[in-house]
Design a protein around this ligand. Structure first.
Ligand code: PMP
Length: 408
């Protein structure tokens, strides 16, 4: 009964397809700028030294077992995660207006938020606006939970920076009470973030239009190397009294990709009913979570919890974050300077160092992105996005030459 008009063959995921093609390629100078996972200067995955320490502690703990976690996950972890994103002295935490559930990494947090909003978002039309472009999975996740989506402009091909006017005016014109998805920092795929003044203006428009902000935070600490700095936008919105939600991933900042470690937070506005409201919202989130995953996996949460709750380990984690962010920032400088040296035009690749985080939108067209893969074995997604972590001192010159060749 499952004929091909009922179940057509779905296309391969473009990113995981690119990864497979890279693996198969036996060219010795091939460069992987596809998947967003940190690599050290030898192009190898990096287990954070602080994570190794925490794993050692876990191995030695005689009390650990494999019993189920609660439906909302490991409380020591989710409470520490709240403090991490909102700030330890956040008024929302003090007022007990936050509810947090451990999820299947950031993807699961976006999903749980989308599912909750699809069921309970009270305003009409119920629709979510995300940036164009955005993380490719946003589209699929929200369409799976049947939350209709639209987009707001984000990237200006002309400046290779933020199309702030386009973004603001579309959010302004969106029907009152729309859900606005925002990347907390290190926007994927562009690497372009609003400035603090621009965030303030965005907040103003969202307030004036009664919209509901939904923050996706996949790179706290990984973007600038500074946890406070990368959480600034979220904390600003909370300090302005917004009701909002946050999808938080620990994949990149802890290098816990496969352990699926994340948290979904819902923050209500202040008011006499706030605690009752948050209890109601938490109870429905718990019900949804039970039917979706029953309860989340323990390992990554245990590792992160040890680090987040121990001042010494926390300090070491901050140093590890600076190592990752610092290496990426160095690679941005190296790539830009090599490209400008090749074409002799100072400032022509300034956007590479203006952009932040794991990714850079190079401005390469789809044709150029495919050509650089075919000719030079430099793998990037068709939208011209490169994962900066794939660059190192051994391949950045080769990559710059390959890119320079296809853009001439
Ligand atoms: N949101 C954004 C914007 C991302 O870039 C990512 C990671 N690619 C995620 C969410 C979630 O990733 P994960 O499920 O691995 O935490």
């Amino acid at each position: 009964v499952f004929h091909d008009d009922i179940v057509p063959l779905a296309p391969e995921d473009p990113l995981f397809g690119l990864m497979a093609a890279y693996k198969k390629d036996d060219f010795d100078k091939k460069v992987d700028l596809g998947i967003g996972a940190y690599r050290d200067n030898n192009a190898q995955p990096w287990v954070l030294p602080v994570v190794k320490k925490a794993e050692e502690l876990l191995r030695k703990d005689p009390k650990l077992n494999h019993e189920y976690l609660p439906i909302a996950g490991l409380a020591d972890f989710t409470v520490a995660a709240q403090k991490l994103i909102l700030g330890a002295d956040s008024p929302a935490i003090k007022d007990k207006r936050v509810v947090s559930l451990q999820t299947i990494s950031g993807t699961g947090a976006v999903h749980l938020g989308g599912l909750f909003l699809a069921h309970f978002y009270p305003r009409n039309p119920k629709q979510l606006y995300f940036s164009s472009p955005t993380w490719a999975n946003h589209n699929q996740i929200f369409s799976n939970v049947k939350l209709p989506t639209k987009s707001y402009p984000y990237f200006s091909p002309l400046t290779k920076g933020l199309d702030f006017d386009g973004m603001r005016s579309t959010i302004e014109k969106a029907p009152e009470g729309s859900i606005i998805l925002l990347h907390a920092c290190a926007h994927n795929p562009t690497g372009v973030d609003p400035t603090r003044d621009q965030w303030k203006e965005i907040a103003k428009v969202i307030r004036a239009r009664n919209h509901f902000p939904f923050f996706d935070c996949a790179y706290q600490g990984f973007a600038s190397g500074d946890l406070e700095n990368d959480a600034w936008a979220v904390r600003y919105f909370v300090s302005e009294g917004f009701e909002l939600c946050i999808a938080q991933s620990f994949a990149k900042n802890f290098g816990l990709y496969a352990e699926r470690t994340g948290v979904f937070h819902f923050v209500t506005g202040a008011g006499p009913d706030a605690q009752r409201t948050i209890a109601r919202i938490g109870s429905q989130l718990t019900l949804l979570q039970r039917s979706e995953i029953s309860n989340p996996p323990a390992y990554g949460a245990r590792v992160a919890s040890l680090v987040l709750n121990d001042p010494e380990l926390f300090k070491e984690w901050q140093a590890n974050l600076r190592t990752m962010a610092g290496r990426i920032i160095d690679m941005r400088k190296a790539l830009r300077s090599k490209l400008e040296e090749l074409n002799g035009k100072e400032g022509s690749w300034k956007h590479i160092t203006d952009q932040i985080g794991m990714f850079s939108f190079t401005g390469l067209t789809e044709k150029q992105a495919v050509k650089v893969k075919d000719d030079a074995h430099v793998y990037m997604t068709k939208n011209g996005r490169i994962s900066m972590a794939g660059l190192n001192t051994g391949n950045v010159d080769y990559t710059a030459k390959a890119i320079d060749k296809v853009v001439r």
